[in-house]
Design a binder for this molecule. Sequence first.
Ligand code: PLP
Length: 391
Amino acid sequence: MAVYFDNSATTQVDPQVLAAMLPYFTEKYGNASSLHSFGAEAFTALVKARKQVADLLQAEPREIIFTSGGTESDNLALQGTAFLNKHEKKRIITSVIEHPAVLNTCHYLQSCGFEVIYLPVDEDGFVAEESLKEHINRETALVSIMAASNEIGTIQPLAALAEIAHDAGALFHTDAVQAVGKMPFNLHDSDIDLLSLSGHKLHAPKGIGALFLRDGVQLQPLLYGGGHERGLRSSTENIPGIVGLGQACEISRQHGAEEIAQMTAIRDFLIDTTLDSIEGAYLNGARENRLCNNANFRFDYIDGESLVLYLDMEGIAASTGSACSTGSTGPSHVLRALGLSAVQCRGSLRLSLSRFNVMPEAEYFAAVIPSVVEKVRAMSPLGEKKNAIRS
Ligand code: PLP
């Protein structure tokens, strides 16, 4: 059996998404800025996709800017607001558990003279409203807090945090790369000013994303050129990718509710069976306010990387935590922020689901995980430690 439980790293392109995209590589290859009929065809596709993305978020089409993915959307949101306000407001507030696309942009902004505050999280990964209130001031240009964690699935209290930002005259951005398609958004009725999303986390291809930018909110562009995307993101539009993202959003809008219910049931089964069947297994992150597709465990006396490799031999693709940064070997900054020791962080395993996962796959996982954990414990030096403690 081949089971893909690593959908927070990336998802399979939905066959309907691929089918919608294919003509835009072959017969419909026009440039959306051209005056002839090829151009008009591409332009029509761009308009349709912008509406499909906006509809999923309950936003207006003119509030959607297409980008190359989540990283670019985060950079545009953070750098774009910071540099535009650089003379009046120098403070940016974010959290310690953000994705590197936000954290490393913040580090860069610090090197440019901005002041960045990194809010802590509690043991389940939640940012406290009180802590934002304590640090926000009239010098704050932007508050950027992720909608849901790519590692532990914690869903932040966005409405409350965004309201605090607005009360202090700051803008509110959320990295919703893991959240779009996994929970509903109604941006019409929200204080969120900017929201990042990425196609490849929601069954569109890699290399396409979008930034929601509320009407009236200004940004300084990252890219200068031909003035595409209202001058905020120059470069000839990636029409096949944009069509794919639009189609993915349309599918999610139509079927999101059932898909979320299905993923929640599978997630809960995975959590319950794993915690019940394995001694020294714990859940990282909260049970409530958790992404419908995320289960993140910690096992005593185990090395997560070995566990991932042994699961792979059983046909199960999972991850130790984040696959979003290249070459990082240290313990996860997210798990460390929960207060876990470096050794505890080593024993973590993330399972992340999509609409294509079915219950028999979770049953298969539940059947194999006890023996895989036992095998890895028996082999690892951490396992020897266990025997030493027990004897
Ligand atoms: N933000 C979060 C929360 C993510 O999980 C990812 C995934 O890698 C990104 C940003 C980056 O998105 P992309 O790979 O589209 O640049």
